[in-house]
Design a protein around this ligand. Structure first.
Ligand code: NDP
Length: 296
């Protein structure tokens, strides 16, 4: 058997089209245009690309994009003053500060400064707490994308055994909370888990969010399981030429695809879903702020 390979790019396009539909309805029925503000501090080239892509994607769905580029040496007080202005700006429904930020700034304090209802990255302790207590939270974009893909692929997730490998605040923990909210039986594994292989073998759903290249081999996978590989790891690729590299996930794709029922590739699996979910969260934030029904 060879697994169905889940096309994250195609599914991300579907999410974006849905978002664009919601944006049109918000404009036509309520005269509201959702707006996403992205703040970049410093000149990290990778971050500049991410911010540009987010801006393009935002405008493509019909929303307003507000980009704020600040010099690397921006004092904390100036950044907070900008965040405070964005918190108070009725045209802005989502605020994202691109990480990493220069070392004199604290990511934790920046996230805490953003109004929780505009925290479209879902990183604040308020949103983590709301998610953990089953209330209306802004959920972190990457796990939210994984959940949407799982629902799209498997339908109702009730009663499924799910193993999340990784317990970061960014991916592992919110992923586990989202799966729990959908009535999965959830195990969170991490670097201290005893017999990870046996734990993973029980799982109908495996979400790997570790950051270790190809650490989950095919013989850990239960036949027919749905495998979501969040990891992004760069490894040497001598077959492409001297000094060349390629991206791989946390799952050994070649062996796992022989056993799994469904599997995401790296690249082209989970990656594209993150921006799509950022746009979806901005629409959700906009609806909540205006007291309107949220999209599903
Ligand atoms: P972190 O480094 O914050 O967390 C990694 C987790 O993996 C930790 O909980 C750690 O356990 C666990 N871990 C480490 N080694 C092992 C091991 N040998 N066995 C089991 N668990 C282990 O990473 P992130 O959660 O931020 O990211 C994980 C991966 O996902 C990275 O490759 C990252 O690049 C990728 N990523 C991809 C995104 C996308 O858009 N596709 C978005 C965000 C992340 P412990 O807590 O015990 O140390």
């Amino acid at each position: 058997m060879s697994a169905d390979i889940l096309d994250g790019k195609a599914f991300a396009a579907t999410i974006r089209a849905r978002v664009a539909g919601h944006v049109t309805r918000l404009k036509d029925s309520h005269g509201i245009t959702p707006g996403l503000a992205v703040v970049l501090v410093g000149e990290d080239p990778a971050s500049e690309v991410y911010v540009r892509n987010k801006g393009i994607a935002t405008v493509e769905t019909g929303m307003n994009s507000f980009e704020h580029k600040l010099p690397a040496e921006t004092p904390e007080a100036d950044l907070y003053a900008l965040i405070d202005r964005l918190n108070a700006d009725p045209a802005v429904h989502g605020i994202l500060v691109q990480f990493p930020v220069p070392a004199h700034l604290s990511e934790r304090d920046i996230v805490a400064r953003i109004a929780p209802e505009k925290d479209v990255d879902g990183l604040s302790v308020i949103n983590a707490g709301l998610l953990a207590s089953g209330q209306n939270a802004m959920a972190s974009c990457t796990p939210l994308g994984c959940l949407m893909l799982l629902r799209e692929t498997l339908g109702d997730l009730t009663g499924k055994d799910a193993v999340v490998i990784g317990r970061s605040n960014l991916v592992g923990k919110p992923m586990a909370q989202l799966l729990l909210r959908d009535s999965c039986t959830v195990t969170i594994a991490h670097s201290r888990t005893k017999d990870l292989a046996e734990t993973v073998r029980r799982a109908d759903i495996v979400v790997a969010a570790v950051g270790r290249a190809q650490m989950v081999p095919g013989d850990w996978i239960k036949p027919g399981a749905c495998v979501i590989d969040v990891g992004i790891n760069r490894i040497p690729a001598p077959e492409k030429g001297e000094g060349k590299t390629r991206l791989v996930g946390d799952v050994d794709f070649a062996s796992a695809r022989e056993v799994a029922g469904h599997i995401t590739p790296v690249p082209g699996g989970v990656g594209p879903l993150t921006i799509a979910c950022l746009l979806a969260n901005t629409v959700t934030a906009c609806c909540r702020i205006h007291g309107l029904d949220e999209p599903e």
